[in-house]
Design a protein around this ligand. Sequence first.
Ligand SMILES: [Zn+2]
Length: 470
Amino acid sequence: MLLPGLDGPRAPVRLRPYQARAIETLRAHVERGVRRVLLVAPTGAGKTVVAASIMEAAAARGEHVLFLAHRRELIQQTYRKLLELGVCEDDVGVIMASDRRRRPAALVQVASVDTLRARAKPRADLVFVDEAHRAEARTYKAIAAAYPDAVHVGLTATPYRADGKGLGGSYDELVVVASTRELIADGYLVEPRVLTVPASSLPDLSRVRVRGGDYDEKALGDAVNQRALVGNIVEHWLQHAACARTVVFAVSIAHSRHVVERFREAGVPAEHLDGGTPTGDRDALLARLERGETRVVGSVGTLCEGWDMPSVKCAILARPTKSTGLYLQQAGRILRPWEGIGALILDHAGCAVEHGLPQDDRVFTLDGVEKAADPKRKQPRAKTCPSCFAVLPLGTGVCPLCATFLGGATAPLRETADTLVEATHALLPLPRAPPPDDRGVLDVLRRAARTGGRLGWDAFDVTQASPATR
Ligand SMILES: [Zn+2]
């Protein structure tokens, strides 16, 4: 059997090359009899476009498709994308609580998992599961079991279960649509800068137990929700990201509210959002963030997945986690390009050192997390510059932000300014005698030398890119 929807000469949307390639790979798997395929696509890879173009083509051939998601935003986004691709409104039904777009005869059904679990299941030859890292949950399993003959396609940026195990129980093949690094290289995402804080400003997790794969939330809340730690978050932001639209990932409602309160005390317009915030309030709050009236939104869980506002260019990680998936979901929120502004992650949770930089290449498997690539998960996956606290790839010899020598095979720097410039010069790919107009980096290095290697983030002009100064 062919994968429904992948045949024919139709090209309803101009797919990016890697998207088309992923669809071809998926098709090849289905043609050789694989019926459950997981597509791994980082945030920003356009997984909705990939899914919607397959669904559009399937509907055009008269095939039945079911698209499952757990959140209203994902359902709306997918519905809109289908109409954009030219699917007739009458051909798309929505199964979500009392939503008026209920059209039982439609070929494509976009359904809320929570609603569909209690209702009659529509016919489907092809079943999509969005945010498929949830596919092992009982509700998803029960719905999937109603479609033993269908082709099942999962979509996720992070193919890990919450407990860190793989998704081999739900899928038989995994297709990587694109890596974060490829998307950055092609300009579809921006490379984030990651700054952390000294160990003394990170929460003490020595007494926080790990349960079901992640920290016990109650104990974690106690460990992070401390005056000094929260105050440090605000100071750090004012120093490095002031005025950038920012989302804070907190541990608990109390923690998020505390962070927001401290931001307000500092005169920064900040608001709190959690799963219990009514939909209307939430939409209004996010609109204020979009307009820049609110600069910082403290959140718990609710903005981690599937939420998208490209103008938000700073993420504060305040929730330590053992889950690489959760960390990548959070970091992924700020990587979409927006008006040339850089993305900044302020890591107050030690996540980047533990899980690696968001753009690191990862080997995804269906039977657990990155086993092949990373036999020793305990080891740090990134290093921290002791001067400016940039989080950098393990092999970095000189901090690209403040020119501090970070150890390694090369001899350490000596004291004098000239030596510093020379030594740094030798380690960075710069010409030894730069042309007069190629002064930017050297100027920074000379300033670094004068200040003993201690330069702030602002050495590289982050403020110039901040919305407030535009
Ligand atoms: Zn540095």
